[in-house]
Ligand binder design. Sequence first.
Ligand code: ATP
Ligand code: MG
Length: 453
Amino acid sequence: MKLRNKINLYTAFLFALLLVILNITVYFTFNTLLVNSELTTAHKEMEKITENFGESLGQIPDDTLLRSYLPVNGMIQIVTENSMNPPLITSADEQNLSKRKPEYYRNEVSKKIVFEKRQYSFESMPIIMKDGSVANLQITKSMETSNKILSILRLVLILVTLLALIPVLISSRLLSNFITKPVTSMIKTMTEIQKSGTFKTIKLEGQSKDELFQMGQTFNHMIELLETNFEKQEQFVSNASHELKTPLTIIESYASLLKRRGLTEPKLFMESIEAIHSEALRMKEMTEQLLVLARHHEQWNIEVNKVNLNQLLDQTVNAFKNAYKREIELKAMTESPLFFESDEKKLKQLLYIFLDNARKYSDDLISVILGKKDDEIFIKIIDRGIGIQNSELPKVFDRFYRVDKARSRKQGGSGLGLSIAKEIADAVGIAVQLESEPGIGTTATLLIKKVEK
Ligand code: ATP
Ligand code: MG
């Protein structure tokens, strides 16, 4: 059964039960009070009658005497211990009472009796007859009026119970609606989430801050948390697969080189092993870093060392050349090697991202230039490829943004490289500039503020 119907049913049932119990109590209390009051009145009347009755006995015929005390609806009679047909007088409406078997009592009696399904008050009082014997003066009085009042009361109470159930049903419906509304909308949202596979929150109405509002709020917070976690996971998966592609290609190409010529050329063997080892280490650290970033909102873990930029570029360009079999020239504009305090691995990661784009979006020679201007060191990665339109330039750093999707789909990218590059560059304090001319080529410049010679 639905929660809403349950609430409806239980509240209505409980309230109806309460009303019925209350009304039954009212009815029976009133009934007892009414009967008691009838009996008391009848008893008082009886006492009054017996006071005068003795004096009149024998002076007036019994019939006439009894008639003078006859109640409006009832019977008066004198019952002696052995008499079978005692003198009695009944009112016109209650002639049936004469059929009731007389009974003699030694004491005063005041009670309610039922005769032929009708209720009567019955009073019996011992009196002394003129011959000195003891008899009972008995008065039986119909309680029809009280019964009528009681049946009206019964009817009123039943009507009140039925009428009171109407507002109860309405209010229980309102209550159940009020309670089940957020629950239903939560179920609806959950079903939508399940069907569409996207995260959704519930619209919270009012600011009542009651438990239901809090429940909705908690649900929304939970969904937001799940969404962030889900996004982080997705980001981790896509970033990790993007960043692992280049080192894996480099490892693969060096490994096949080793397979072919490793045993005969010791120099090549050493270079390959060195490159594979360093790429493997870099991959290991990179995945750890990405995992940390995905789990918490932590900063990139930067390890600052004195980096020989000439050496770093040499290694990187070489590894890239070998892996992708592309022509890449490296030009150093300064005579002495340039040093810089930075995170070597992050720098390498940056270079790979730009080299990878240059490789993908051009077929000719790629140039890498290392130089110094004023206080700034720059690394330029220049390709002579398809280029990027000016209007697209600011957008290419967005996650998953790709210029001309149909064209670049052939290159199999996912639009992540430049966004990761921007994050890393920000983390290590390097500015990135992208200049491009469609059909001519693209130049990516890494601007490094020189702090140390
Ligand atoms: P991924 O790097 O994830 O494999 P991607 O190379 O498409 O995919 P980004 O590196 O972020 O993604 O580059 C975004 C878009 O910018 C590319 O799709 C491409 O259209 C354009 N782009 C980037 N570098 C160049 C370049 N050197 N020449 C021409 N277009 C480029
Ligand atoms: Mg790319």
